[in-house]
Design a protein around this ligand. Structure first.
Ligand code: 3HC
Length: 334
């Protein structure tokens, strides 16, 4: 969308003007056009985007912890290189997403402060421990697999910078999912002990992966409005069902089972039925009572504090660089 916008003009818009801008915004969303940072948008749309993008960005950087736990213990140089690249990708995803939030007028410092003080959420999934090497495979296959299922539709999100960030993120997540699948396949075809380790990891990560899609539709506070704004394109339950349908044949190819005795194909629905999710566990994790909540946040805070000198040095360097450029423009020697 290319309309310009109140707030950038000499005066704040009046009521009639706001109504006109709202109409332009609604028409752009209805026509599947992108809303761009300098376009007018309703305050609630902006706030919803900041909330979702921030939660997403926080998930990317907190998600580095459970896997980084295994970098020093990867079983081969090849596996270590792959895992290092993956964890580094997640940091990059955080960067794109914090930058997308910045285009909405909310800085990274503010968002990180909200994460560190528990005022913003990150994905429930990262509050579970990585107990064995097979967990790295299960995270790749299931957690990154769930993330892709959820995030591919976000490439068509109505807000341009978020949608564009998601394109690259999804390509990288796709590599992550495949490396996880390949890791589990190697274990599944290995010794009995290796296969058992892979099965145990899948047993532990399956249900928390289904919770990643958020509460059931009838309890999802934001879904209806976010879908009307075309931020979300599908409901939580739709995406969860899509993920289950994708995973069942993949588990068969892996030679592993999914820990749900009620999982079966429903000819009538054309989907797999699956057993009830323990939503009380999900709520507990959201309240901070998951197995690793405290550890994740305290490590994040420590990393932030330990990185203070890098931020200071970068700011001084940027300041110096800016002065040099200004000096050069004014004809002074650098
Ligand atoms: N973990 C933590 N909080 C969750 C959650 C989860 N799995 N699912 C939902 N919630 C929270 C919501 O944020 C909301 O809380 P709030 O009102 O305080 O913000 C509340 O539960 C109600 O849920 P809703 O369904 O109403 O919320 P949304 O409409 O925002 O839907 C969502 C939730 C599907 C997660 C949506 O926000 C979304 O698609 N987000 C973008 C993707 C994302 O955040 N992914 C993180 C996954 S991990 C990842 O990407 C890293 C990769 O490396 C694997």
């Amino acid at each position: 969308m290319t309309t310009v916008l109140p707030g950038h003009g000499p005066e704040a818009p009046g009521e009639a003007e706001t109504e006109a801008f709202q109409a332009v915004f609604d028409a752009a969303v209805a026509a599947d056009e992108r809303i761009e940072p300098r376009d007018w948008m309703p305050d609630a749309y902006r706030a919803t985007l900041v909330r979702q993008i921030a939660q997403h960005a926080h998930s990317e950087i907190i998600g580095m912890q459970p896997e980084a736990n295994w970098i020093s213990r990867a079983p081969s140089l090849r596996r270590k290189a792959i895992l290092l690249a993956k964890v580094q990708d997640e940091a990059g995803h955080g960067l794109y997403l914090y930058s997308a939030a910045e285009t909405l007028g909310t800085g990274r410092d503010e968002l990180l402060d909200k994460l560190h003080t528990g005022r913003q959420k990150y994905s429930s999934i990262f509050n579970y421990p990585t107990l064995t090497w097979a967990d790295v495979g299960a995270i790749g296959w299931l957690v990154d697999g769930a993330a892709i299922t959820n995030q591919v539709p976000l490439c068509r999100c109505s807000y341009g910078p978020y949608a564009r960030a998601m394109i690259r993120i999804c390509k990288e997540e796709s590599f992550h999912q495949r490396q996880g699948y390949e890791l589990l396949l190697a274990l599944s075809r290995g010794t009995e002990a290796q296969k058992a380790m892979a099965q145990d990891a899948v047993d532990r990560w399956w249900w928390p992966s289904l919770m990643m899609f958020g509460p059931p539709d009838d309890e999802s506070a934001h879904s209806a409005q976010s879908m009307a704004w075309k931020i979300k394109r599908h409901s939580n339950d739709e995406l969860r069902q899509r993920f289950v349908d994708i995973c069942v044949p993949q588990a068969e190819s892996l030679g592993l089972t999914l820990p749900d005795p009620e999982l079966r194909w429903n000819e009538e629905r054309g989907h797999h039925d699956f057993g009830p999710i323990d939503w009380s566990e999900f709520q507990q994790v959201l309240k901070g009572n998951g197995p690793c909540n405290e550890q994740r946040i305290s490590q994040r805070r420590a990393a932030h504090e330990n990185g203070a000198w890098v931020r200071e040095a970068a700011a001084v360097y940027a300041g110096k660089h800016a002065t040099e450029h200004t000096g050069a423009r004014n004809g002074e020697a650098a």
